[in-house]
Write a protein that binds this ligand. Structure first.
Ligand SMILES: O=C(O)CC1=CCC(=O)O1
Length: 252
């Protein structure tokens, strides 16, 4: 599988993997990389079907999204890494922590869920296969950002571009992975110290989903940020950077 990735930060430093959400790409983490790369080797990648990664025909399943990360870590010679994921990226992180615990040091789950149902995701997959990614731009931005942030031209341009650059088949395949996701029952087996971050105004994965994850993962703690919708790491970058550095042990 051809997974596009970028490495930033000192060689030999502990590795932090950053995994993007549905419809975005590794640019989602632009505000995190400078802060994290002072102390960590930051490995960000594009989920399959997104950005510059390969878009195999769907449907996909969570073991494939997690398998892409394991393959990438193997290729780069990384035995174990910290992992942060937004939404679909967080789902990938939960799958990894449950199924490859020896590869996950500490886990940060941002604006994500262990169960998002299935019907709506299968319908969304049908919509993008029929109408392409343009159909996703206007519905997505108000879920991703609070109204003030969603109105900013640079936000609309950057995140609209990420949506348009996703491959419709790849996006649909990821919707199908969300529909078939099965990480809820395994939450109590997660041994990696886990931080769960939610956006108070997130309509897609509201704070109740973060609380549900934290109720399942032994010792997990929740932080709710405001104002922030689904892409809290973009809207509350400084606070998310502070929390990630503290959680991964890189705080000054
Ligand atoms: O619906 C959205 O765009 C929000 C979302 C759900 C899963 C994900 O990765 O993003």
């Amino acid at each position: 599988m051809n997974v596009y990735h970028e490495l930033t930060g000192p060689e030999g430093a502990p590795v932090v993997v950053l995994s993007n959400s549905l419809g975005t790409d590794l640019r989602l983490w632009d505000e995190q990389v400078p802060a994290l790369a002072e102390r960590f080797r930051v490995l960000r990648y594009d989920q399959r079907g997104h950005g510059r990664s390969e878009a195999k025909p769907g449907p996909y399943a969570m073991p494939e999204l997690g398998g892409d990360v394991l393959e990438l870590l193997d290729r780069l010679g990384v035995d174990k890494a910290h992992f942060a994921g937004v939404s679909l990226g967080g789902m990938t992180g939960m799958w990894l922590a449950e199924n490859a615990p020896e590869r996950v040091e500490r886990l940060a789950l941002i604006c994500t869920s262990a169960d998002l149902g299935n019907t709506a995701w299968l319908e969304r997959a049908e919509t993008v296969r029929a109408h392409g990614m343009d159909a996703m731009v206007e519905p997505s931005l108000p879920r991703w950002f609070t109204p003030a942030a969603a109105a900013r031209p640079e936000v609309r341009e950057k995140f609209g571009d990420m949506i348009r650059k996703a491959d419709p088949e790849g996006y649909a395949g990821c919707c199908e992975a969300i529909a078939g996701m099965d990480v809820l029952d395994g939450l109590p087996t997660i041994a990696a110290p886990t931080l769960v971050i939610a956006g108070a105004e997130d309509p897609a994965t509201p704070p109740s989903h973060a609380e549900r994850i934290a109720a399942g993962v032994p010792g997990a703690r929740v932080e709710v940020l405001s104002p922030a919708a689904h892409l809290a790491n973009a809207e509350q970058a400084d606070e998310v950077n502070r929390l990630l550095l503290e959680h991964f042990g890189g705080a000054a």
